[in-house]
Design a protein around this ligand. Structure first.
Ligand code: UDX
Length: 435
């Protein structure tokens, strides 16, 4: 497993759980040491127990030396493809250096390199061409990953579908190896799509683009609801009974964040432009813009309720992670809003059950409290921006007794407006009338 970040660490543990001998490889020695000692360096329910179990079994080890994986039958590429600093495109340097490392160590004839990272269409063909000249006896397969943070183990062991990208010529060998690796989920009836490289690469970006579009669609409706005094949560519920639409990913609020959706829709547009078909996915620019407007809207609403000027106002922000059950703060809407209000002169205090260490490292200028009541002490406005169960369970009457002004903005539409109103709060939400 080349790369032991979110994807690689989970995949290494789960493959070992399926009975394979696995080496998790990473150039980051701290990460390797942590995993080798049984500690998962990020928050993922259930992963640490499984890591320890498989370390004990002896099937799972971690290393930072490519030499230790040279004799493997299959090499999964699980490195990150983040957004480049200088453009919207994906940064391919980690993937290329993973290939450099593998090729320098020397790969066993007959081995299969399997791409898992999310990549621009055309990457697999490029890597295949490289293998053909530098290691002609090694094959390539592309096996995109759809795991959600917070459900990573479940999604890996029991995926909703498997996609195998194989070479158009002579793809049988790659398919056979992939079938052997995934025998357990395949035997359990997991649907399998075998496709060419480009289709396999595109499945992943298309899926994430669709999910992002669904969220931005309902958030666009939230904007319309705000202008018409309608309620987007009722609208979404009514839409959801149409089985062609379905109810999932129609949660209106402060929008999507994380290490995948935002950067994938940007990289997709960048790749489409390179291919001279920018127009085909130009709507993703609007999806991104709607998403970012929701963050701006929360900051604007907070400023409005604070009397038009944030200077010296105290703001409690519930949430720092981009979604609950995660400590991931990449492109987090909650942190973005917190930072904007801080920049506007507010004193912002954040509370998050898991993501505060990461948030503090990124934003030492913000304040942090372990307890939601402490974070809300003397607050002029409370922002609910990541829907952790802990925050939903807070008694609004108790919270009202510690704040300066009982004004809340529900940025996730998961609090009960009637209950908060009864406890004396002015209740604002995105896409819903103020109570
Ligand atoms: C996503 C994809 O779901 C997964 O298949 C892919 O492999 C990686 O990207 P993840 O980033 O873990 O997974 O998060 P996900 O649960 O999809 O949520 C993404 C973002 O959308 C979060 O910020 C979440 O808060 C937001 N969201 C989700 C909404 O705003 N509304 C919704 O209705 C659903």
């Amino acid at each position: 497993m080349v790369g032991t970040g979110y994807l690689g660490a989970t995949h290494a543990v789960c493959m070992s759980e399926l009975g394979f001998t696995v080496v998790g490889l990473d150039v980051d020695e701290t990460k390797v040491a942590s995993l080798a000692s049984g500690a998962v360096p990020f928050f993922e329910p259930g992963l640490e127990e499984l890591l320890r179990k498989n370390l004990e079994s002896g099937r799972l080890t971690f290393s930072s030396s490519f030499e230790d994986v040279a004799d493997a039958d299959a090499h999964f590429l699980c490195v990150g493809t983040p957004q480049r600093a200088d453009s919207a495109a994906a940064d391919m340097r980690y993937l290329d250096s993973a290939m450099d490392g593998l090729l320098a160590a020397g790969l066993k004839p007959g081995a299969l390199v399997i791409g898992k990272s999310t990549v621009p269409a055309g990457t697999a063909a490029r890597l295949a061409a490289r293998l053909a000249t530098e290691a002609p006896h090694v094959g390539l397969g592309w096996n995109p990953e759809f795991l959600r943070e917070g459900f990573a183990v479940e999604d890996t062991l029991r995926p909703d579908r498997l996609v195998f990208g194989v070479p158009t010529e002579d793809g049988d060998r790659a398919e056979a190896i992939l079938r052997e690796i995934y025998a357990r989920p395949l035997d359990a009836g997991t649907p399998l799509i075998v496709a060419d490289f480009a289709t396999a690469e595109l499945v992943k970006v298309a899926a994430n683009s669709f999910l992002a579009t669904k969220i931005s669609f309902i958030n666009a409706m939230a904007e319309v609801c705000e202008a018409t005094d309608a309620d987007v949560t009722v609208l979404a519920k009514a839409l959801s009974y149409d089985t062609r639409i379905g109810g999932r990913f129609l949660g209106a609020g402060v929008g999507f964040g994380g290490g995948c959706l935002p950067k994938d829709i940007r990289a997709f547009q960048a790749r489409a432009q390179e291919l001279n078909i920018g127009r085909s996915v130009a709507f993703l620019g609007e999806v991104d813009a709607i998403n970012l407007r929701r963050r701006a809207r929360v900051a604007e609403l907070a400023t409005e309720v604070a009397g038009g000027d944030m200077k010296g106002k105290r703001v409690a922000v519930f949430g720092a992670a981009f979604k609950p059950n995660s400590d991931d703060i990449r492109d987090s809407p909650a942190l973005d809003v917190a930072k904007a209000l801080h920049d506007a002169g507010a004193v912002v205090t954040i509370c998050d059950p898991a993501a505060m260490p990461n948030a503090r490292r990124r934003h030492p200028e913000l304040r942090y409290e372990l307890n939601a009541l402490d974070a809300a002490l003397d607050a002029d406005v409370v922002l609910h921006l990541t829907e952790w169960a802990e925050f939903r369970e807070i008694d609004p009457a108790v919270l009202a007794s510690v704040v300066r002004k009982p004004v809340v903005i529900d940025g996730r539409n998961t609090l009960d407006p009637v209950r908060w109103r009864q406890a004396g709060w002015t209740f604002h939400a995105l896409g819903r009338p103020t109570l």
